[in-house]
Design a protein around this ligand. Structure first.
Ligand code: NAD
Length: 266
C-alpha cells in the first residue's frame, strides 16, 4: 500500500473545541500521523495540559488558542493567528458545539433565546470558521474542511427512550443546527471545489459517557445494529484521519455516518 496517502507530516490542522472529548481524540489521531495542530477552546486554562501532552507524545508543533466561535471577530482573529503559526492551514475541523445546552429540552417549553443560542453554537460558529479559514485555503488552492454534524441532523428521535429513563431530551434546535451543517457542507463543497478544497461532514451517533442513565444506555445499545454506543478514544479516530489525509482526495460534499448502524433500522 502507498503509505503516503495517510501521511500528514508537515501539515497544519485547526480543531475547534479540541481540548477534550471527541475533539481531543481527533487531535491524537492527526498528531499520530505527524500533523501539527492548533487547538481552540473557550477556556484558555483547559488548553495547557492537552497541548503539552500532544507535543511530548507525538513530537509535533501544537498551539492553543482561546476562541468562542459564536463571535465572528474572534473567529477572524483566530484565523490570523493560525496562519501566522506555520504559514499555512491544511485542515479545519469544526468540532466545537454540543447538544446539551441549557434550559428546557421540551420544544413547547424551550425559550427562543435557548433555541437561538443552540443554533449559534452548532451552526453559525462553524459557518464563520468555514468562511475565514476557507478564504485562506482558497489562496493556497488546497485544503480539507471537516464539519462535525450528528445523526440528529438526519433522523428523528424516539422520545420514549429519553422519557422512560428520565434523560434530558435532545432538542429540536440541535437537530436543526446539525441538519444545517450537513446542508452547508454540501453547498460549500461545490463553492470551494474550484480551489481543490474538499469539504465533508461526519455524523456521529451517541457516544457513551458515565453520566448517562444505565437504562438509557441499554436501550440505546439495543437500538444500534452493532449493539453498543460509540467509544471515546476509539471510534472517531479512523474517519478523521481518512478525511484529513490524501486517502480521501476524491471525496467531497459527503456526510459520513459513524453510528454503529443506529440509523440503518428503526
Ligand atoms: N458525544 C456525542 O455523543 C456526539 C454525538 C454526535 C455529535 N457530536 C458532536 O461532536 C462534537 C464534539 O462533541 P463532544 O461529545 O466531544 O462534546 P464536548 O462537550 O466534550 O466537547 C465540545 C467542545 O466544544 C467546545 N465548545 C462548545 N461551545 C463552544 C463555543 N461556543 N465556542 C468554542 N468552543 C465551544 C467545548 O468547550 C468542548 O471543548 C460536537 O459538535 C457534538 O455536537 C457528539
Amino acid at each position: 500500500m502507498d503509505e503516503k496517502i495517510w501521511n500528514l507530516s508537515g501539515k497544519v490542522a485547526i480543531i475547534t473545541g479540541g481540548a477534550r472529548g471527541l475533539g481531543y481524540d481527533m487531535a491524537c489521531a492527526l498528531a499520530s500521523a505527524g500533523c501539527n495542530l492548533i487547538l481552540t477552546s473557550r477556556f484558555k486554562n483547559s488548553l495547557e495540559e492537552p497541548v503539552q501532552h500532544l507535543k511530548t507524545k507525538y513530537k509535533v508543533e501544537v498551539m492553543g488558542l482561546e476562541l468562542d466561535h459564536r463571535h465572528f471577530n474572534q473567529v477572524s482573529e483566530m484565523a490570523e493567528k493560525s496562519l501566522a503559526f506555520m504559514g499555512r492551514i491544511d485542515i479545519l475541523i469544526n468540532n466545537a458545539g454540543g447538544g446539551s445546552g441549557t434550559g428546557e429540552s421540551d420544544f413547547f417549553l424551550r425559550s427562543p433565546e435557548e433555541m437561538a443560542e443552540m443554533v449559534s453554537n452548532n451552526l453559525l460558529g462553524a459557518m464563520y470558521c468555514c468562511r475565514e479559514i476557507g478564504k485562506i485555503m482558497s489562496k493556497q488552492n488546497s485544503g480539507k474542511i471537516i464539519n462535525i454534524a450528528s445523526i440528529a441532523g438526519m433522523v428523528g428521535r424516539d422520545r420514549s427512550m429519553y422519557r422512560k429513563n428520565k434523560k434530558t431530551e435532545q432538542t429540536i434546535d440541535y437537530a436543526a443546527a446539525k441538519a444545517g451543517i450537513i446542508g452547508m457542507t454540501r453547498d460549500l463543497a461545490a463553492y470551494l471545489a474550484p480551489y481543490d478544497i474538499c469539504v465533508n461532514s461526519i455524523s456521529p451517533g451517541g457516544f457513551y459517557s458515565k453520566n448517562l442513565p444505565d437504562g438509557f444506555v441499554a436501550d440505546y445499545n439495543k437500538a444500534t445494529a452493532l449493539g453498543r454506543m460509540g467509544e471515546y478514544g476509539r471510534d472517531i479516530k479512523g474517519i478523521i484521519l481518512f478525511l484529513s489525509s490524501p486517502a480521501s482526495d476524491y471525496i467531497t460534499g459527503q456526510n459520513l455516518v459513524v453510528d454503529g448502524g443506529f440509523t440503518i433500522w428503526k
